[in-house]
Design a protein around this ligand. Sequence first.
Ligand code: NPQ
Ligand code: MG
Length: 372
Amino acid sequence: MSLIETIRLHRIDIPLVRPFRTSFGTQVARDVLLVEVVTDTGLSGWAECVAMEWPGYSAEYVDGAVNVLTEHLIPRVLVDRSCDAQAAHERMRRLVGHPMAKAALETAILDASLREQRRSLADYLGAVRTEVDCGVSVGIPTGIDALLEEVASYVDAGYRRIKLKIEPGWDEEAVRAVREAWPDIPLQTDANQAYTRDDTALLAAMDDCDLLLVEQPLPEDDLRGHALLAEQISTPVCLDESITSTATADTAIAYGATSIINIKPGRVGGYLEAKAIHDLCLARGIPVWCGGMLETGIGRAANVALAALPGFTLPGDTSASSRYFATDITEPFVLDDGRLRVPTGPGIGVEPIPTVLAEFTTWSAVIDARSR
Ligand code: NPQ
Ligand code: MG
């Protein structure tokens, strides 16, 4: 096994093609932290930290991720320089929280070690598909006309499923308008925790809209609220923010709080944990799909590999690069008949284009593994 020589952190700022509004706020650019693990054979492993710049989606945020990586996670992992993702996972397990920061470090180590072995991440995880069905997430727009225009552009591009971001005041009318315009398109909603236990009627009002699911209607800690809601509406409840580990997935399934799960590797602390949740759900007959966090090509590549596992039976938020960025930092992911090809090269199978990375970089740091 190779040794870790240096770890580099790169912070980049990439403009989005259009503002992305959710119930927790509006994003006009993506502030992304990348982790690069360089081995003693000169190979680089890459990963993307999916934390946002402020704690809107979860408690993590980019400045916090930089701090916990630099001050705690990297020193803990570098107690031993071996480039071994499982060993890094075990070392980081004793530090509480910070799944997105942990996921980024673990995945960069995993990517480096797989590149050393010339083995793809898809093969390592147990992929059974060479391409994955893609859906797209539609932010809260300025009105119904803008919504229909945006959805039309995605339908024309070939996306196989549409997800509408909703919140109280932007839900039933928007969903009905899209359902009427496209009677057969697979459609689902995502509230990002915007409703309360008292809002059951608002959510039940969309039960006749033939939705695949409603994602995370209630606060992340309210598993019982989701279980009660699931008994009162016919639209299946799918948890996102609430599922932080295999244990929370097991609990949520057992208590009837979720019948479908959105798996995001960053939210659960990495691809090893994501695979374990997938395996649990497959054994329990719970369909899963791969979520998205507006990833660049680095995070997107790894998500597409994960989405090729057998339990991922619903289209994910693994959209094309062009959904979010005019210029991606890797070769762009391009939709082909509503699908993305699973990368086959070693590791995640893609790398940043140096000139593009340099153009978007706002900050970087180098940690020498040998001087510890
Ligand atoms: C979700 N993603 O499923 C998230 C939420 C989300 C594609 O809907 C910057 C970074 C902005 C992460 C906006 C999608 C974000 C973000 C929304 C994640 O809940
Ligand atoms: Mg979500």
